[in-house]
Design a binder for this molecule. Structure first.
Ligand code: NAI
Length: 286
């Protein structure tokens, strides 16, 4: 089993969407040779374009030097086959569905040694369930980054029922090495932040749906009251499909408790494909 950060010679990030691209950037910037994999090659290309833009902005703001930008980009490699995803640590940020995540880890396990550690960026699903059926499930843990991953410092490090203590400790150390703030949480639906935040989104939709105020007014008030982003702007940033999937997963995990009932407004947007910033339209137009 790998035990120290220096044992990790390469990180593979699977899923090059909203979160995967940001996580790959953080990984490469922290000095790890980093593979970025997605089933859609165009997502990998778009992810690398986004990383370049983020790094350009950081150079403009004087946060990093042009040399740092180039070194980070050089450590980043696109990857188009699961069989090429060979790494000491794999971080997955793919679709929020247990069978899909488990299938990917199982496939990756065939091409990697038993020492490879698997981390899931799931927002709400059981790390224990994702690990079930994978050879050596004690090497699976959660690494829950926040959006945008290259800017947000908090990372929930999640230990499932079978996660080895040494794996949790190593994930914690990797997060620190990435310049982020790890917080250890036990496996529970939505962990901490997403479970508490559910009510931010759901109550805002409830207010809008009942006609008290429209989304733009609600957001303006929330932001004036000190929240960094209004609930609707935040759902559009996260992606309405992802946010909706997370709510559904908590709703089911808590035996359909009414407090976690998914919002009809968001369901309608998902149905129409208005997923937020990533599609140019959600609660707002972009
Ligand atoms: P996204 O929809 O932007 O990107 C997901 C990517 O995964 C897509 O490019 C898709 O082609 C790819 N993909 C799907 N199945 C795959 C497979 N089997 N192998 C390789 N690639 C595959 O989703 P997003 O928002 O990046 O979310 C990814 C994960 O991160 C989810 O588990 C989500 O709950 C979690 N998360 C999302 C946050 C957010 O604000 N969007 C915040 C924190 C966690």
């Amino acid at each position: 089993m790998l035990t120290s950060v220096s044992d990790i010679r390469q990180i593979a990030v699977c899923g090059a969407g909203t979160m995967g691209a940001g996580i790959a950037q953080v990984s490469a910037a922290a000095g790890f040779p980093t593979l970025l994999f997605d089933v859609r090659p165009e997502a990998v290309a778009a992810g690398i374009v986004m990383i370049r833009k983020n790094l350009d902005k950081a150079v403009e703001k004087g946060k990093i030097s042009p040399e740092d930008r180039e070194a980070t980009l050089q450590r980043l490699q696109p990857c188009h086959q699961v069989s090429d995803c060979k790494a000491g640590l794999v971080i997955e940020a793919i679709v929020e569905k247990i069978p899909v995540k488990t299938a990917l880890f199982s496939e990756l396990a065939q091409y990697n040694p038993a020492t490879t550690i698997f981390a899931t960026n799931t927002s709400s699903l059981s790390v224990t369930a994702i690990a079930a059926g994978i050879p050596h499930p004690e090497r699976v843990g959660g690494m829950h980054f926040f959006n945008p991953a290259h800017l947000m410092t908090l990372v929930e490090v999640v230990s499932g029922a079978q996660t080895a203590e040494s794996v949790t400790q190593l994930l914690y150390a990797v997060v620190q090495h990435m310049g982020k703030t790890p917080v250890h949480v036990k496996d529970a639906p939505g962990f901490i932040v997403n479970r508490v935040a559910r009510h931010y989104y759901l109550e805002a939709m409830e207010i809008a749906a009942s006609g008290v105020a429209d989304p733009a007014v609600i957001d303006r008030l929330l932001e004036s009251a000190g929240f960094r982003m209004g609930a609707f702007a935040l759902m559009d940033l996260i992606g309405n499909d992802v946010n909706y999937a997370v709510t559904r997963s908590l709703y089911e995990a808590f035996d359909q408790a009414p407090r976690f009932r998914p919002g009809a407004m968001q369901a309608a947007l998902v149905e129409k494909g208005d997923l937020g910033r990533k599609t140019g339209k959600g609660f707002y137009k972009y």
